[in-house]
Each structure stands twice: as C-alpha cells, then as structure tokens.
Ligand binder design. Structure first.
Ligand code: FES
Ligand SMILES: [Fe+2]
Length: 455
C-alpha cells in the first residue's frame, strides 16, 4: 500500500547562490516552499543518521527518531540485523510507538488495536471478524519500511530512497575522517548516558553549516566560555598555514593539526593522559597524519544533518521541524575499551562544554535563532549573505582526501555544503547529482592510505 509521490525538483535552486562569487540568498533559511522541497529532495533521499549500534544491542531493542519530519522506529531484529519503518499505522496513521527507547515484542496501535511485530508486519487485528473476506490484505498492511538501512563502524544510517547509492559510496572518502572518531582504538565506540533533546527556533542548516566549517565564530561567540574553561585565557590563535577545510560531497571536516585543543577543552587532564598513552597505537592503526589530527580543534558534519566534535566526544543530529525550527539531539560518544573513569570524565567534560548547561552549547542557538528571524525581513531578505572567506585558498593536498582549503578560518566547507544542497535540490535522480570529488581511496579500505606524511 504505497502511493507514488512525484519526485524531482519543484524550483531551480541555482538562483539562491553564486558559490564562485561566494554569496547565498537568505530565503533558504525560512521560506516554506524551499523547506518542502528539502523534505522531498534531501530528507526523503539521503542517507540519514538514525542510531548508534550500542543503543539497541539486543533483539527487540528499539528507538524512535525522525527522518526529515517522518517519525521512524529503528529496531534490532531476532537475527541481529537492524530494521527501520515509519512509526505510523497504515489504518488511520496514528503512532504505533510513543516511547523514545525500549524493548518490545510488538507495537500496538492505540486507536483500533492493530499490532505489528518487530519486523513491522501486521500481526493482530482487534475484532478481526468485522472484516469480510477480501477487505483486508494483512500482507500489504505492514509498517512502511525504510528502503535501505546500513551501518558504518557503529553509526546506523537509513534512507527512504531505494535508488540511493550504497552507504559506503555515499560516505565515500569521508570514512577516512570518520575513522578518527569511530576507529581510533580497538573495540570501536559506544554512546553513553542517553540522549539530550533541545528545541531551537532556527533553520536546521544553521546548525549543520556551523559544524561543517565555522571555526571562525568560536573565538568570538565562545570567548567567555573558553576563558571559563581555561583559567581566563582565550582560545589560542589559529595557525592558518597548518589547518584545513576538507569537503567530500557536502560532508566536511575543519581541523587544526595540533592534536590536543579539543581534548584539552574538556578540562579533564586524565583524558589527555589517556590519549597521550594510546596515540602511538593510534598512529599504527590510522597512520601518523590522523593520529596528529585527532583531538585538534575541529568540527564536522555528515550531509545532510549529522554533526560532531571529534575531540570533545559529542555527536548530534539537527532534526528539521518546519523552516524555522530544529530539534537538536546530542549524545556522548566514547571508545568502548576506555576505562570507566575515563568515560566518566569525558561525560562530565561534555556536560560542562556542550551539554544543555555547558559553557558553549547555549551560545550558538541564540545566534542561529536571530539569523533565521532577521533573514525573513522584507528588506533583509533581498540582501545577499557573505560566504567568501578563503575563496582563493584552495590547495592540492596529496596526503588527505577531499576538496581541501588552507586555513581553518574559511567558508569553504560551508560553500561546498551548499553546493551539495543545490545539487540534491535540483536533481531528478541520483545520476544527475555530480560527484564533485573524485575518490582518492578508490574503493580501498580507508586504512590503506595511512602511511602518509603530515603536510
Ligand atoms: S489507526 Fe491504528 S488501528 Fe486504527
Ligand atoms: Fe559554536
């Protein structure tokens, strides 16, 4: 029982930006029609982060989240695999699950009592005798499944588009960067301490573009927080000749090479010692370059709406709630094999910095709320926004994958995020979407290119 919706662009979104000149139109941050187009063209097609494997370890473990504005249930199956489906009853559309997380053998709808097993199939129908033969084909009345679901080193992604490329292709060489967070030590990662939700009256893209590349705001917006965490000292100046923006098809990682800035920000000396101890092993595992990058002042986003601060150990997703509101969900991510006291130190460090009462978290939301609101003014909306920083600093760096720009203070990753956004918004099918970055890894294991030198 599925109805076809018309795929394809409604409006040409090229007019909203000139990335060679470095400007963006303010309407993309609040206009309803553009937002509707995003729900179809981006959120109904891209691979979206839905869960970490550690959140649903056992058969029947589930959580609910959103893909675009559609609520979905992600559930561990009896055979250990993971499935995802719409949290919406095919009868009248009610939710079949109201919990954020839990363990279930079935999901029962409150309205007329239809029940579904953990594979999403319709199992029980209350007072089934009311249906005549031929009225109800149970087989076709299961919960609508996601088209594809897959995981990369613990992170589970799903897409509603059966034509989307594989997750590995979608992430491409960005896995080289992701591995610094997900695979820097034997045993992989886990999320600990639950999920923190907050609602911000801002367009979802402001969160993502901030994390994909906006190192520039940190020294100003977060100055008081930095001083509070660092004995009154401000953030040290950025080394513009040894820091980078790297972008791969809209995913981006901006980073320094000093290796300790973000870990230090946690304010927990034991965590720093821990990483100093494991760094030689990390170098064997991931190579010299990445062992030096990990822990540096850095931030990152996976297109379209997942972000993280690798050295600060927070991961997050920016769920769209209309053009002018987002729901932020954040978690603490740690290495599974860390001793309990290091995990505990990291959790406290995250709460002091990027928790809801942390010294940095609250600084950003207010800025994004004002950007969203002010950009809608009838005069303001006709003024372009400036995205030109570092536009001529493109470099060729043979040691790292991605389209690279020199200098952490840069709008490069933001421009390339919006380029991907425009490509997705304008395309009829995946084959129309240009691969803007030719993979260096070329299908090899991401670890294969580890013996490269620091630039
Ligand atoms: S809406 Fe779910 S059983 Fe009727
Ligand atoms: Fe910030």
């Amino acid at each position: 029982m599925s109805l076809q919706y018309v795929k394809g662009p409604r409006a040409d979104c090229s007019k909203y930006m000139d990335l060679n000149e470095g400007w963006i139109d303010r309407r993309i941050f609040w206009e309803k029609d553009i937002y509707e187009q995003e729900l179809y063209q981006i959120f109904a097609r891209c691979w979206l982060f839905v869960a970490h494997e550690s959140q649903i370890p056992n058969s029947g473990d589930f959580l609910t989240t959103y893909m675009g504005e559609d609520n979905v249930i992600i559930v561990r199956q009896k055979d250990g695999s993971i499935n995802g489906f719409l949290n919406s009853c095919p009868h009248r559309g009610n939710r079949v699950c109201f919990a954020d997380t839990g363990n279930a053998r079935r999901f029962v709808c409150n309205y007329h009592g239809w029940s579904f097993n953990t594979a999403g199939a319709l199992q029980g129908v209350h007072e089934e005798y009311c249906y005549d033969e031929g009225d109800l084909d149970k087989q076709s009345c299961g919960l609508k499944q996601v088209a594809q679901i897959d995981s990369y080193k613990g992170l589970i992604f799903a897409t509603f588009d059966e034509e989307a490329p594989s997750l590995d292709q979608y992430l491409g060489d960005f896995r080289w960067y992701l591995d610094m967070l997900l695979d820097n030590e034997e045993g992989g990662t886990e999320l600990i301490g639950g999920c923190i939700n907050s609602v911000i009256d801002a367009n979802w893209k402001f969160g993502v573009e901030n994390f994909v590349g906006d190192a520039y705001h940190a020294g100003w917006t977060h100055d008081s927080g930095a001083r509070a965490m660092n004995n009154g000292e401000p953030f040290p100046p950025v080394d513009m000749n040894n820091s980078y923006h790297a972008s791969i098809n809209g995913h981006g990682w901006e980073f320094g090479m000093e290796g300790v800035g973000d870990i230090g920000l946690l304010g927990r000396p034991r965590v720093m010692e821990y990483y100093n101890d494991i760094r030689p092993k990390m170098a064997e595992r991931l190579g010299e370059v990445r062992s030096k990058i990990f822990g540096s002042v850095a931030s990152s986003s996976v297109f379209p709406n997942m972000s993280f601060l690798p050295g600060i150990h927070t991961i997050r997703t920016w769920l769209p709630k209309g053009p002018t509101q987002l729901e932020l969900r954040t978690w603490v991510i740690v290495n599974k094999n860390m001793p309990a006291e290091i995990k505990d130190d990291i959790t406290k460090g995250v709460m002091c910095t990027f928790g809801p009462g942390g010294s940095f978290e609250m600084d950003d939301g207010e800025n994004w709320e004002n950007c969203t609101k002010v950009n809608a003014g009838v005069i303001a909306r006709h003024q372009k926004l400036h995205y030109r920083c570092g536009i001529n600093r493109k470099i060729d760096n043979p040691d790292m994958p991605g389209t690279m720009y020199l200098g952490q203070y840069n709008d490069a990753n933001q421009r390339l995020f919006y380029e991907r956004w425009r490509d997705m918004m304008n395309s009829q099918s995946w084959s129309d979407i240009p691969d803007r970055y030719a993979q260096k890894l070329d299908g090899r294991e991401t670890r294969d290119i580890h013996n490269i030198k620091v630039a």
